[in-house]
Design a protein around this ligand. Structure first.
Ligand code: FEO
Length: 398
């Protein structure tokens, strides 16, 4: 039973992290409309005790009081640093300062612990992949899993209880429940999180999935969001997401200052829908960038509609296209639509974006002023061409 913000997850294994209901942005980039959690776990063996990850320093008092409640005068012997980002490792100085614990991490993690947290080298033990530590009736097995999310990341597996402590992998910014069967819209928030953090690293994600494929898993315990006591659901989704499987789907993003681009975007959407393609429209002036990112995980096509502003794409289009390049979605096909007044330039930039993002350009549509009936017929034709490309890909392939 969850009491005092402590949730038992197996005999002598507790989740002791905190919910941050007030947080509204992560990494100054990703919206967190529900807030988030920083998950920390305490594993008590017959002879030794390990803390798996720490917490954002502003929650350090909460963490210390939970450790006191569970351990009393017993000390922490090991601090396992699955990931060095400060939302999980920021309280390492506090925990090492209050105990004689040894910090367990990867070689890269040892560098980061010294540079970020000034951890003394004689308090750090570097572990190899597959190395184990015996806590007395509880074994911790470490699996190096780099770039999930930073270069130093690793998984920790507890075979006696079949628990995988997975760090950011399988995480979500969703504080609505301790477990997947208690929390709200679990896969929706997991997909957004995957898009923002893991999608640019899909190849490393596939390697991570391969490392855990033979583990017997009763529980996946990530460092954000609900724990999965039904691991199959999130494993199935991660197989698709890291495999960069796409759907017969198009995401249309647009900026419209006087409604012209919006009319063009809607006309193209109508054609795509009529052709059997699933469509999501995002007006970039009011778009939650996390919602957009979440839909890029499995979309096969991307359409950008942008006006020209001072010889270039609208600034919101610039930001969105920069972000999309950074997130590296598995989009295959693209269309750029533009309306200009007295000067061109946006189409060239849009085309450059598609090239840099390695998205095949199906067509560009450039209209001077407002679109005529003939222009709308052209948009319809382009929509049919794009739909044909989208539908020609065998479902589920990249
Ligand atoms: Fe939740 Fe990459 O830290």
């Amino acid at each position: 039973m969850n009491q005092n913000g402590i949730c038992p997850i197996a005999p002598n294994v507790h989740a002791i992290g905190s919910q941050d209901w007030k947080r509204r942005i992560f990494d100054a980039f990703a919206p967190t409309p529900l807030g988030t959690t920083y998950n920390t776990y305490l594993v008590k063996g017959q002879s030794k005790t390990a803390l798996i990850d720490t917490i954002l320093p502003s929650f350090g008092d909460e963490l210390s009081s939970k450790i006191d409640l569970l351990l009393g005068s017993h000390a922490i012997d090991y601090v396992i640093m699955n990931h060095a980002e400060p939302d999980h490792a920021g309280s390492i100085p506090r925990i090492l300062g209050q105990s004689n614990a040894v910090l367990i991490t990867t070689p890269k993690g040892a560098e980061f612990a010294q540079s970020y947290f000034k951890s003394p080298p004689d308090r750090i033990r570097v572990v190899k992949t597959d190395e184990t530590i015996d806590l007395g009736g509880k074994t911790l097995r470490f699996l190096h899993a780099p770039f999930l999310h930073w270069p130093e990341t690793m998984f920790t597996y507890l075979p006696e209880d079949k628990i995988l402590f997975s760090g950011d992998f399988f995480g979500s910014h969703n504080p609505t429940g301790w477990f997947d069967d208690e929390a709200e819209e679990v896969l929706h928030w997991a997909r957004k999180y995957y898009a923002e953090i893991m999608m640019p690293l899909a190849k490393m994600g596939r390697l991570g999935m391969a490392k855990i494929k033979d583990l017997d898993l009763a529980l996946i315990a990530p460092s954000h969001g609900p724990m999965y006591r039904n691991p199959r659901s999130i494993l199935n989704e991660y197989t698709k997401w890291t495999g960069e499987e796409t759907l017969a789907k198009a995401v249309i993003i647009y900026v419209s200052m006087y409604g012209t681009i919006e009319k063009m975007a809607r006309a193209l959407a109508d054609t795509l829908v009529a052709e059997g393609v699933s469509v999501r429209l995002f007006d970039l002036a009011v778009t939650d960038i996390g919602d957009l990112a979440g839909h890029l995980v499995d979309t096969r096509a991307l359409v950008l509609g942008t006006p020209t502003v001072l010889g270039a794409m609208h600034p919101l289009s610039m930001y969105a296209t920069y972000m999309i390049k950074m997130l590296r979605p598995p989009v295959k096909y693209g269309v750029i639509m533009n309306s200009y007044g007295w000067g061109k330039g946006a189409i060239h930039q849009g085309q450059q974006f598609l090239d840099e993002a390695k998205i095949e350009s199906v067509a560009t549509i450039e209209i001077n002023g407002t679109p005529s009936l003939a222009d709308f017929e052209h948009i319809h034709t382009v929509g049919q061409q794009l739909a044909a490309k989208i539908k020609a890909v065998v479902s589920g392939t990249t």
